[in-house]
Design a protein around this ligand. Structure first.
Ligand code: FES
Length: 120
């Protein structure tokens, strides 16, 4: 498999502990919603799919953090996730994890790292 980078957003669009950016990707042959957030300076991205019931986390678009800015939260039933790993530390799916996606920050931009079938 080869890797390809796809632009998600400008680096400045992800404030630390603040609003996230939603995007779509191909996930096992289907279009799936995903999001990127920044925590302690680093960017992380996950499928936008709660580990409890497979629905999107943000009720208000881009609002993935709780009030403290320390945890990601599912707006439907309140599961709380660690931003660095996606591990659920409270709520109905404690111990489960969000599906993490590979991202990279270069200069002023954030990129999704996608696997692509290699040829030859
Ligand atoms: S659907 Fe997310 S906590 Fe239940």
């Amino acid at each position: 498999m080869a890797e390809r980078e796809r632009l998600i957003c400008a680096a400045a669009a992800l404030p630390d502990g603040g609003t996230g950016v939603r995007f779509d990707l191909d996930w096992h042959g289907e279009r799936a919603p995903a999001f990127a957030i920044r925590f302690s300076g680093r960017v992380h991205a996950y499928l936008n799919r709660c580990a409890h019931v497979p629905i999107e986390l943000d009720w208000m678009e881009g609002q993935f953090y709780d009030f403290s800015g320390l945890y990601l939260i599912c707006s439907t039933h309140g599961a709380m996730y660690l931003p660095e790993t996606g591990r659920c530390i409270g709520g109905p799916c404690r111990g489960a994890t969000l599906t993490k996606l590979a991202v990279a920050e270069h200069g002023d931009s954030i990129y999704l790292i996608e696997d692509t079938p290699s040829h030859g």
